[in-house]
Design a protein. Structure first.
Length: 679
């Protein structure tokens, strides 16, 4: 219990403090913690300790933020120091300050968080972090790729924002759904004769194609040359002539005609190497199989004309049998189940034939819909739910699966990303090694090792402190796997896991034959004489016991219709069991060949029939008594009625005096009623 308090009285429990603004109404006390108010006082064994978060008896053992322990009291650290060991030895500064020679100095404005006078790591809203780690105001002229801080988000290419949304973009960006996108993200964004430069980091700019090129996809390769030109193997445009390589495609009258050396506005009229011109096409039996054709073509068979190496569908890099049956796709596309090529989803680099993304671009992860989503800030790798798995250098994964900068205040067990490795409980990295550890740990050979323990209280519930060991090896160790808690020794159990019982400091499995009166651990409960549990409930009792209301009861209290445990099995209506048979049954049953038979169901048994005859005789006697009593009552009533009638007749005839009549009338309701009627 935490206790309660008000401004005039403090009834907090040890380890709790009274809220500083409690007033005159009772409030619940709060647990002392690292972030509680500096003017709060933690109750330590009925002593109030200011700025204390952890007690040892009536002494303070650890202080809140901005304070350090001095003896058994908390003293304030130097200004702007978040964590210190003495007033002159600060180890971690408040936000907006950096550590230099043991003291905290303010970051250069407008930097919100920095690690030195010249190296900022976090900027305020409306600013971006430059390449030289300075905070500069977001503007239309900021470098491409700059990420502006918009309250809680980072917006690439944003020049002006409101809360988390962007309102105005930098040059070469466009505003789409309150976010800035580069002006060129795909080839179709550019005009004909231009290409989208995607070789540079998201430059998104359109540049003109090479000379004599009508369409291109990059600077060094033309996909469609001007009329009278063909695309050479080096990607450049060269004039169509008789010396061009076989299977070269000349752009003639809006079409690409293989092996055409001269063309006009209506089509090809001369082919290379004296090939025949058939309906404006240059034909000859140039192949029999696909491998005789160059990459991007397949061998098309004809019945009446020459076989030709025919170009694959424009989406295919290589194909076979028919133009649209692709075997390989161009970059930015994937091979579908039907051997076609489809465009990859945004930021996806590799996809399954079903379209499911298998690999995303840097800065993205595969989400539950098998598409690519942007990673959270400072995260390098995430699972399908977006929970971060690997953080950037000097960051650790929080309980919320986000990345936070490593520091001495991070939770115990957190792993800081140090270069290519993760260092548990490391507050500050140096490449692949840890330089500074969190409180309670020391850096040994680049790793954080827990400081020696002093007693079991410093260990987890399933651990113990080997107090007899030297400092070098005195760390909390795991209890024996059968124990849930132990004391001073791995096998000195003080509590057991479910399904076991504690016997002479050891945890034994609950089973048939276990010692009587031991308590089996069933989930969170202990049940005496139980040998098998399901959750918190007992399912089977020890021999000589039966289950009743969740407890194991002695078979001596068994009633008709109940079963008791003997030799690991349940025996009906049996109170005592010997030599594999029941020796004593409950009332209403008798033992026949070691089995208890219910008398009401087995009247033919001699033992049961005697019980039945006695029961019948008792019933008959009771009935006779009732009949005799009824006859006696009837005779009494008849005599009384006759007497009253005689008195009435005497009164009428004058044989009874007036005084006698009054007495008779008073003593007899019938007489009274009759006389009133006569009068």
């Amino acid at each position: 219990m935490s206790g309660t308090c008000w401004s005039g009285k403090n009834e907090c429990s040890n380890g709790y403090y009274c809220p500083v603004d409690v007033g005159w109404r009772y409030q619940d006390c709060l647990e002392c913690n690292f972030s509680m108010p500096s003017n709060a006082k933690c109750k330590c064994n009925n002593t109030l300790q200011p700025s204390c978060k952890e007690c040892n008896g009536d002494k303070c053992e650890d202080c809140i933020q901005n304070y350090y322990i001095n003896g058994d009291k908390c003293e304030k650290c130097s200004d702007n120091c978040y964590y210190c060991d003495s007033p002159t030895e600060c180890t971690l500064c408040d936000g907006g300050y950096y550590l230099e020679n043991g003291s905290c100095k303010k970051c250069i404005s407008p930097c919100e968080s920095c690690i030195s006078a010249t190296e900022c790591v976090q900027c305020p809203s409306g600013y971006y972090l430059s390449a030289d780690n300075k905070c500069l105001s977001c503007s239309k002229d900021m470098p491409r790729g700059s990420r502006c801080v918009c309250r809680y988000t980072m917006q690439e290419g944003c020049a002006q924002c409101y809360n988390n949304d962007c309102q105005t973009c930098a040059k070469n960006y466009i505003l789409v759904n309150q976010a800035c996108k580069p002006t060129c993200t795909k080839q179709n964004d550019c005009l004909e004769g231009q290409y989208c430069d995607d070789n540079k980091y998201r430059s998104g700019q359109c540049y003109g194609c090479m000379d004599n090129c009508q369409k291109c996809i990059r600077a060094d390769y033309c996909s469609l040359c001007n009329e009278g030109y063909y695309t050479a193997e080096d990607g450049t445009c060269k004039p169509c002539n008789n010396d061009m390589p076989s299977r070269s495609e000349c752009h003639c009258a809006g079409k690409l005609i293989a092996n055409c050396s001269r063309c006009s506005t209506t089509g090809c009229f001369r082919c290379i190497h004296d090939q025949a011109t058939v309906k404006g096409q240059c034909l000859y039996n140039e192949c029999t199989i696909d491998t005789q054709c160059i990459s991007g073509e397949y061998c098309q068979s004809h019945t009446n004309i020459f076989n030709q190496c025919t170009k694959c569908d424009k989406s295919c890099e290589t194909c076979t049998e028919q133009s649209n049956k692709c075997t390989k796709c161009f970059s930015g596309n994937y091979l579908t189940e039907k051997h076609g090529c489809a465009k990859l989803s945004e930021n996806c680099l590799l996809a399954h034939p079903t379209g499911r993304c298998l690999k995303c671009a840097s800065g993205f992860y595969i989400n539950a819909q098998n598409n690519c989503s942007q990673l959270s800030q400072n995260c390098l790798q995430a699972n399908m739910r977006g929970s971060c798995l690997v953080c950037e250098n000097s960051y650790f994964i929080t309980a919320q699966n986000t990345c936070q900068y490593c520091s001495k205040s991070m939770p115990i067990g957190s792993s800081c990303q140090c270069g290519n490795t993760k260092k548990t409980n490391c507050a500050q990295c140096d490449n692949n090694t840890c330089r500074t550890c969190i409180k309670g740990y020391s850096s040994i050979n680049g790793d954080c090792k827990k400081d020696p323990c002093r007693d079991d209280a410093e260990c987890k519930p399933n651990e113990f402190c080997p107090t007899s060991d030297p400092d070098a090896t005195r760390f909390c160790r795991k209890c024996d796997k059968t124990c849930s808690t132990c004391r001073s020794d791995a096998k000195a159990c003080t509590a057991c896991e479910s399904g076991k019982f504690l016997f002479q400091t050891k945890c034994e499995t609950c089973k048939t034959g276990q010692p009587m009166d031991v308590s089996c651990q069933c989930g969170s409960k202990t049940i005496k004489n139980c040998i098998k549990c399901v959750g918190d409930a007992c399912q089977m009792c020890a021999d000589g016991m039966f289950l009743q209301d969740g407890k194991c009861i002695s078979c001596s209290k068994l009633k008709l219709g109940e079963a008791c445990a003997f030799q690991g099995k349940m025996v009906d209506n049996c109170k005592e069991y010997d030599s594999n048979q029941c020796s004593v049954c409950v009332n209403g049953a008798m033992a026949v060949n070691g089995v208890c038979k219910v008398c009401s169901e087995n009247q033919e048994l001699s033992g049961c029939s005697n019980k039945s005859v006695g029961k019948t005789v008792g019933i008959v006697v009771a009935v006779l008594v009732i009949i005799m009593l009824s006859i006696g009552v009837g005779i009494f009533v008849v005599k009384k009625v006759k007497k009253n009638k005689k008195n009435i007749e005497g009164l009428v005839s004058g044989e009874v005096t007036q005084g006698q009549a009054l007495k008779i009338r008073a003593s007899s309701p019938q007489m009274r009623d009759q006389s009133e009627h006569n009068y």
